[in-house]
Design a protein. Structure first.
Length: 306
């Protein structure tokens, strides 16, 4: 069987080495749509595998471990979300891709951390009013950065929410040359202090291009898996994870880490948690806002090349 293995940057290095492609959420969705696979093993979390199934309904999609979920999904009650959405009936509902299929079908647009700024700015340019879910930190950042007044759903990434401004500032004040880069799921006070904010892939690109004296320190406010990729690109930099409330530089996503090499190997043989429980109506409705995002991103990418 023609099997494609995709891995997110937060999986352990051994799993990344087993994958055909490693990337951020947007990249992996675009690859899943482009490649003609019969089976896709998604070494990531459930919402990523569900998105892959929704845009490739005829492909067998396997998640190595059923428990690989995401706190942004588990903190969002769909009945309450429906009520919230109805309260803002004349608004455009923009949802982060870190959401369940049932959440996506209540959305007008899906975004990832890489295209959220562009898509929301495009909607405001069209004169729309916007509500944003489920990530409270990302929504707070967008409102702060662009002066929007979007109503925001209240859920967080339990990993990124751990980064604390006080600990980070202490380290930055001890070393004036140090830089801080962050994922937009981090708390707003940390984002306000950051030299760069972006998706996992965008942070990697920033590190790749960073011009610095040898051993410049870069603190990274994201899951520890990405630091492996950063260190591979830049041996000359001192790359460290930003501190969390406990003062340590340690912060891992327990869901991403459920993708052990042994489970990924089994999944490649067709044994794992198959995404076969979404009915056609759910997939058809959830596909609409995802496809809008994928088309928007392809047009943007072609404009950048031209
Ligand atoms: P990226 O799209 O930036 O890879 O983010 C996915 C994610 O789950 C971050 O916690
Ligand atoms: Fe979800 Fe956070 Fe893990 Fe990303 S790092 S999958 S947002 S819990």
């Amino acid at each position: 069987m023609n099997t494609l293995t995709l891995a997110h940057y937060y999986t352990v290095p051994e799993v990344q080495q087993m994958a055909d492609y490693v990337g951020d959420s947007l990249e992996l969705a675009l690859i899943a749509q482009r490649e003609q696979a019969e089976r896709i093993v998604f070494a990531g979390v459930k919402f990523m595998a569900e998105t892959t199934k929704i845009i490739n309904p005829d492909v067998e999609v396997i998640l190595p471990d059923e428990e690989a979920t995401c706190s942004l999904v588990t903190q969002t009650d769909i009945t309450q979300l429906k009520r919230w959405r109805e309260k803002y009936a004349d608004y455009i509902h923009v949802s982060y891709i870190n959401s369940s299929a049932e959440h996506k079908l209540l959305s007008d647009w899906i975004v990832t951390s890489r295209n959220v700024d562009d898509i929301i700015s495009h909607l405001y340019e069209q004169g729309e009013k916007v509500i944003f879910s489920p990530d409270r930190n990302m929504g707070a950042y967008l409102n702060y950065q662009y002066g929007y007044q979007m109503p925001i759903w209240n859920a967080v990434c339990e990993v990124h929410d751990q980064f604390k401004e006080g600990e980070v500032m202490k380290l930055l004040s001890e070393n004036k040359d140090a830089k801080l880069i962050a994922h937009p799921e981090s708390p707003l006070p940390v984002l306000k202090r950051s030299d760069f904010i972006g998706s996992t892939k965008q942070m990697l690109e920033w590190v790749k291009k960073y011009r610095a004296s040898p051993k410049s320190v870069i603190y990274v406010a994201t899951e520890e898996g990405l630091l492996y990729n950063m260190k591979q690109l830049r041996h000359d930099l001192d790359i460290r994870q930003a501190p969390i409330y406990a003062g340590c530089q340690c912060n891992a996503c327990p869901y991403m880490k459920r993708n052990t090499p042994a489970l990924v190997k089994k999944a490649q043989q067709g044994i794992g948690f198959e995404i076969d429980y979404l009915d056609n109506d759910t997939m058809d409705r959830a596909r609409v806002p995802i496809e809008k995002m994928l088309s928007f991103s392809k047009i943007k990418a072609s404009q950048r090349v031209a």
